[in-house]
Every structure is written in structure tokens, then in C-alpha cells.
Design a protein around this ligand. Structure first.
Ligand SMILES: Cc1cc2nc3c(=O)[nH]c(=O)nc-3n(C[C@H](O)[C@H](O)[C@H](O)COP(=O)(O)O)c2cc1C
Length: 184
């Protein structure tokens, strides 16, 4: 295992650090909200994590480059839409530089006003609980107000690529395209 040593006058090798962090397997979500004018905003995120059950808290990290960062700094509510295996295109859409990421995407207004995307495996509607400026991200902690889920399989992301979970016993496809053998 190689160590990442910061040079005296420079930070750590960001690209190498990003690759190391990318070894952690995650799901993929689209975090949505609406601005003061009611316009929907959303971006693809895999920094989602659960924080607490009592009270029910979750967090997501919003990068400085994210469209509408100011909206997330001020929003009164947001939703975490966890994507299904079949929603890779949605993930790409909400990470792309598009004038309207919601064009052609089926969604509805949630009970608390945030956009809820059709076909997700789970959706959480949240009220902001705490906002923490941390380096080049805003850590947005939300209290879960409402949630729903479906039994579909999740979209999975690891080492910079989408990974398919084809059934309980299937393995993860590795970089070299060999499958890890499922347990007998
Ligand atoms: C799988 C995946 C996960 C991502 N996770 C995050 C995340 O957790 N936080 C974040 O700020 N950006 C994340 N991004 C990047 C944003 O979706 C993307 O940079 C942003 O939507 C681009 O916004 P812009 O076009 O407005 O610059 C992720 C992108 C992908 C494809």
C-alpha cells in the first residue's frame, strides 16, 4: 500500500487521493431541491451517508462547483433520490452540464416540496439540520421528514465506474473485467 505524503509546499496528490477514495463502494443518488422561485435543482452524489436514527439524520457533501450551490446553502428542504440499477442515464444527466437537467425526466413534487424522481429505489425528504463548510464542499446534514422505498436493485459506483449487481450471488466486475467469484 502506498502512502500519500504531502510535499512541503504542495498539498497531497489530489488525483491519487481521488483514486484511493474511489475504492470505497457506494450507491448513487440525485440530491434535489427548489430555489425561491420554485425552479428545481439537482445533482448526482455518492457522498450520501446516514448519520443518526434518533433523530433521523443523513448527510451529503455538495461541491463548490455544483450548479446551484447557493440554493443548497439556503434551501428549506431537499430530497435524496437513491437510484436504481436501471437509472444510470439519470445519474449521468444530473452530473452533466445541461441547461435543464429535469427536461425529459419524470418527477413529482414531494410532500415537503422537493422534486422526487420516478423509479428510484428509495427517496428521503429532508429539512436542513446543519450546514458545515468543509474545505471545497458544503456538508449538508438533513433531518428525514418522509421516506419511501421500492424493492429494486441499487445503482452502484466504485473506482470511477458504475457496477452492476446482477443478483444476490453475483460478484463485482473488476477493472480487468474478471468477476469476483460468488460464494458457493
Ligand atoms: C457517480 C457520481 C457521484 C458524484 N458525487 C458527488 C458528490 O457527492 N458531491 C458533489 O458535489 N458532486 C458529486 N458528483 C459530481 C456532480 O454531480 C457534478 O460535478 C455536478 O453535478 C456538476 O455540476 P455543474 O455542471 O453545475 O458544474 C458526482 C458525480 C457522479 C457521476
Amino acid at each position: 500500500m502506498s502512502e500519500i505524503e504531502p510535499a512541503p509546499d504542495r498539498g497531497p496528490d489530489t488525483a491519487a487521493l481521488r483514486r484511493a477514495l474511489g475504492c470505497f463502494v457506494t450507491g448513487v443518488a440525485v440530491v434535489t431541491t427548489r430555489d425561491a422561485g420554485g425552479v428545481p435543482h439537482g445533482f448526482t452524489a455518492n457522498s450520501f451517508t446516514s448519520v443518526s436514527l434518533d433523530p433521523p439524520l443523513v448527510l451529503v457533501c455538495v461541491g463548490r462547483e455544483v450548479e446551484g450551490l447557493e440554493v443548497y446553502r439556503e434551501c428549506e428542504g431537499f430530497a435524496v433520490n437513491m437510484l436504481a440499477d436501471s437509472q444510470r442515464t439519470i445519474s449521468e444527466t444530473f452530473a452533466a452540464d445541461l441547461p435543464d437537467r429535469f427536461a425529459g425526466v419524470r418527477w413529482r413534487e414531494g410532500k415537503y416540496g422537493s422534486p422526487i424522481l420516478d423509479g428510484c429505489i428509495a427517496c428521503l425528504e429532508c429539512a436542513p439540520w446543519q450546514r458545515i463548510e468543509a474545505g471545497d464542499h458544503l456538508v449538508l446534514i438533513g433531518r428525514v421528514l418522509a421516506f419511501e422505498r421500492s424493492p429494486d436493485r441499487p445503482l452502484v459506483f466504485c473506482q470511477g465506474r458504475y457496477v452492476s449487481l446482477s443478483g444476490e450471488r453475483a460478484g463485482i466486475v473488476r477493472d480487468d473485467a474478471r468477476a469476483v467469484r460468488p460464494a458457493p
